[in-house]
Design a protein around this ligand. Sequence first.
Ligand code: PGA
Length: 246
Amino acid sequence: MAKPLIAGNWKMHGTAAEAVALARQLVKNEHSCAGVQLAIFPPTLHLGLVASELSGSAIALGAQNVSEHGPGAFTGEVSADMLKETGCDYTLVGHSERRTLFGEVDGAVADKFKAAQRSDLVPILCVGETLQQRQQGLTLDVIAKQINAVKDKVGIENLCRGVIAYEPVWAIGTGEVASPEEAQLVHIVIRELLGPGGIGTSLLYGGSVKASNAAELFAEPDIDGGLVGGASLEADEFLKIAQLMT
Ligand code: PGA
């Protein structure tokens, strides 16, 4: 079984100096969460700087997005090879902000997942339903559709080699959080979709995770870690969340 994973998505926050300071604080205190794999996802522009801070540390580095394309005329894009060369181990794919604000559709998300694995990055596939879909009772259908789009593209074995983060869209950045029972139910369904090869796949929960609500989420048997947004911008809070996973 892989170590539990606590991933910090910094989104588009912070100056270069702030990114370096936050990474430094985490490195200084990473010993307080031995047994947990920490990973941080700074803005793309700060990846190189943060990579230097992480050298010699067990904290992994990840990107928030990756191009589905190889090198070529794709203005403004960053390829999986470039991220790998900069020191990334992981990349998010299909974060709900990418899907809703930047029009990423299931097919493109699947291509990004494939591109990441081709360059030896571990993709963290983000899935989740909107409030409206939830109210219409469509949660499990939405999750299945988002996961199956990737499965159809890369095959079940490759899908199981990635990480899946269940992030209900209505819980992201809102302070609303799925109840542990609700999250566990969705995680069981994801586990079933993955089949026998998915027993060891890390399934993360994300959406307003904080030190005050993480313990009960992490106590659920199919929640193997967390994808943390806002609360990952404070080193103490992020480390406290990780400690609850040990
Ligand atoms: P949040 O973000 O923890 O601020 O809700 C989670 C995410 O978007 O990954």
